[in-house]
Design a protein around this ligand. Structure first.
Ligand code: SF4
Length: 699
């Protein structure tokens, strides 16, 4: 079966629209479909180079075409699906019997369709009976999600359509490099740029920061890890200079007095000494933000992937609330979700503490609702599990997880402190990985199950706007691969689970609708027919309603309708200054690669453009260390060592070194990152880890 299909890009949360047209000639061996950008409000026909080359993923020579089983000699060999699933089911049953249900764990992903994310949560809780499920969104959106829930009572990345940014006069971008991570996005920044109101906060002069090079905008380049102090300083100025929208604050928020006290000592000169950003610049920015006109505050992973990420995102929300932005027409606060289904992936039950509909798993009424949809007793649904890092730290421990199923994650590249993760995975009795390729994590597995890709399957995704969109099949998958819905259903059957596990995505979505009904992320008014008519479907979309493109116009989602201003404090201990001889490691993304690079490193154009990790450092730093451009260097700390070539650039501060996180094995940036976590969101510290950098002598 091949047909032209209107669908969306397989990668990031912008979910650019594209049309796939099957190729019938011999060329199909390389790329069985052609990709054309399609007009859609977010990308307006544009795609980045990842999107344009995405068809090459489908016939990449290294794509897996049959299940792999590790033999007694340690070698992975092809096996039939029947045998592979029988082996997995027998191990899972045996582990459960010997060690209890929580000895089996599930690790999901923010790239799974809504249907897969939903069914994975149901599978973990009913077929496995385990509470031990979490996903890689813990590394991505957890801080912003926690902050949004705390302040607004709901977590939808952008509570307004992306197009609203077009009419902005001022946009404050905190820790996000959209010009490289989602290039079509910059089409929505043009208005603010022209109005002189584009402000970028980033310790690197990124492609996004360079949009302010015309002198009309601002690029603030603070000391890494001082974002919270910077935001407290801006809040101090807004209050001290009487720039607060007092009518809005008194009518729509609670907590103002506590905020005033919490920022009283963050006067601009103190903030300057901490962040390195001039007090004058801070004052100028605060006044610009409060000058009226359409104003947005947007955060990204740069300020969120910290051990104080929730408080930093909260400080950004506090600032936006004091300025009266959230819910005001043409203004607002938002966080830019990164993974393809990073929004939907956190709504349907993959998180350790949630049930579908973004419901709390500890809430008796939520349990009763979902249990009724699943046809079980509420007591049959396990309680809350543990977040990703804690789950991984338990692997192989006597009371921990001993058998792990991984869907849509490349743990030994994307997890913090990956050397320790690799050791723990090796201590498991059973590791099962579902993937398209033999990723670094799949290469460690006992069983690898090859799965369908985006152009071969139906389903839905939820974009960074909270808009539910259709993924459509253009081609038939290769013979040897299977859809994850089918895999879960087959395993559930082998585990004698009596609950229903549909394999038709539309039927799974119908069940998801019921399970979400009445929850925070209510999808009950959405169905495939509505999506196929092209109607914009923003959640919450209760049955019989018209959906919610813009939130907070009248009220926030807390029961009293008011937003919470939450006082937060900057802890010096969260980001200790590097010792003499150390630099601060900042990790992040490149234009050519996506997440762990497991997919994009297999696309020749992308791989050839960025074939290996390069450590970006300032020429003055390199000079001090005796390092020339392109020379081999070693980055090290107590957790690990990375060897790669140096790239000298004045775009980075002299006290920092940047390493992209798309590479594996000895170039994995996460060999150097800490698995200390944010106490609220359990987000690890990905952005400010001290490292030593030394030149390596090539032999
Ligand atoms: Fe795909 Fe994101 Fe690039 Fe759009 S910006 S083409 S969704 S990777």
């Amino acid at each position: 079966m091949s047909r032209s299909a209107d669908t969306h890009c397989p990668y990031c949360a912008l979910q650019c629209a594209m049309t796939l047209d099957p190729v019938s000639s011999a060329d199909a061996a390389a790329a069985p479909v052609t990709v054309t950008g399609r007009d859609f409000p977010t990308n307006r026909g544009g795609l980045c180079k990842k999107g344009w080359t995405s068809a090459e993923l489908l016939r990449a020579p290294s794509r897996l075409g049959a299940p792999l089983l590790r033999g007694a000699d340690g070698v992975l060999r092809e096996a039939s699906w029947e045998v592979a699933l029988d082996v997995v089911a027998a191990w899972l049953r045996g582990t459960r019997t010997a060690h209890g249900a929580d000895a089996v764990g599930v690790f999901g992903g923010g790239g799974l369709t809504n249907e897969k994310a939903y069914l994975l949560g149901k599978f973990a809780r009913l077929a496995l009976g385990t509470s031990r499920i979490d996903y890689n969104g813990r590394y991505c959106m957890s801080s912003a999600a926690a902050a949004g829930n705390r302040a607004f009572g709901v977590d939808r990345g952008l509570p307004f359509p992306l197009e609203d940014l077009d009419a902005a006069h001022t946009i404050l971008l905190l820790g996000t490099n959209v010009a490289e991570t989602m290039p079509p996005f910059i089409g929505h920044l043009v208005g603010a740029q022209a109005a002189g109101g584009l402000v970028v906060v980033d310790p690197r002069r990124t492609a996004t920061a360079r949009l302010t090079d015309d002198g009309r905008g601002l690029h603030l380049q603070p000391v890494p890890g001082t974002d919270l102090a910077l935001l407290l300083g801006l809040t101090h100025i807004v209050i001290a200079e009487r720039l607060v929208d007092l009518d809005y604050v008194s009518a729509r928020t609670v907590g103002y007095d506590a905020i005033r006290r919490s920022v009283a000592s963050w006067w601009p000169e103190r903030v300057q000494s901490v962040t390195g950003v001039a007090a004058l610049t801070l004052r100028r920015l605060a006044r610009r933000l409060a000058s009226g006109g359409n104003t947005y505050v947007l955060t990204g992973r740069g300020v969120e992937q910290h051990v104080d990420g929730t408080d930093t995102a909260t400080a950004a929300i506090n600032l936006a609330l004091l300025l009266g932005l959230p819910g005001r027409a043409g203004s607002g606060y938002g966080t830019l979700t990164g993974q393809g289904n990073g929004q939907g992936g956190r709504e349907h039950g993959q998180k350790c503490d949630q049930l579908p509909g973004y419901r709390k798993i500890t809430d008796p009424s939520a349990r009763a609702h979902v249990a009724a949809v699943w046809g079980v007793d509420p007591a049959d649904i396990p309680g809350p599990g543990v977040p990703a890092v804690e789950l991984l730290q338990s692997l192989g421990e006597p009371d921990g997880v001993r058998a792990l199923l991984v869907h849509g994650s490349n743990l030994v590249v994307s997890s913090p402190n990956v050397a320790a993760v690799r050791e723990r995975l090796a201590a498991l009795d059973l590791l099962v990985v579902c993937d398209f390729f033999l990723s670094e994590t799949a290469a460690l597995a006992d069983v690898v199950l090859p799965i369908t890709q985006w152009a071969e399957e139906e389903g839905t995704m939820t974009s960074l706007e909270g808009r539910v969109i259709r993924r459509r099949r253009a081609i038939t998958p290769p013979d040897g691969v299977r859809d994850e819905l089918w895999i879960l259903a087959e395993l559930a059957r082998r585990l004698d689970c009596s609950a229903t596990f549909d394999t038709d995505p539309e039927l799974v979505f119908e069940e998801l609708r019921l399970a979400s009904e009445g929850g925070i992320a209510d999808y009950s008014g959405i169905d495939y027919a509505l999506l196929d008519r092209g109607e914009a479907a923003y959640w919450p979309y209760p049955r019989g309603s018209e959906g919610s493109p813009r939130l907070f116009a009248e009220r926030f989602a807390h029961p009293d309708g008011l937003a919470r201003l939450v006082a937060v404090a900057a802890r010096e201990s969260a980001h200790p200054s590097p010792l003499p001889g150390e630099l601060t490691l900042v990790t992040g993304r490149l234009l050519e690669h996506y997440q762990s690079g497991s997919q994009t490193r297999r696309v020749p154009e992308l791989r050839d453009a960025q074939p290996e990790a390069r450590a970006a450092m300032h020429p003055s730093t390199a000079d001090r260390l005796g390092i020339a451009d392109g020379e081999l260097v070693e980055l090290s700390n107590a957790r690990g060592t990375v060897r790669c070539r140096a790239r000298l650039t004045t775009d980075i501060r002299p006290d920092a070194v940047f390493l992209p996180f798309h590479y594996g094995d000895g170039q994995a940036a996460n060999l150097l990152t800490s698995d200390a976590v944010d106490p609220v969101s359990a987000m690890p510290e990905f952005k400010t880890n001290a490292v030593r950098v030394a030149r390596l002598v090539e032999t």
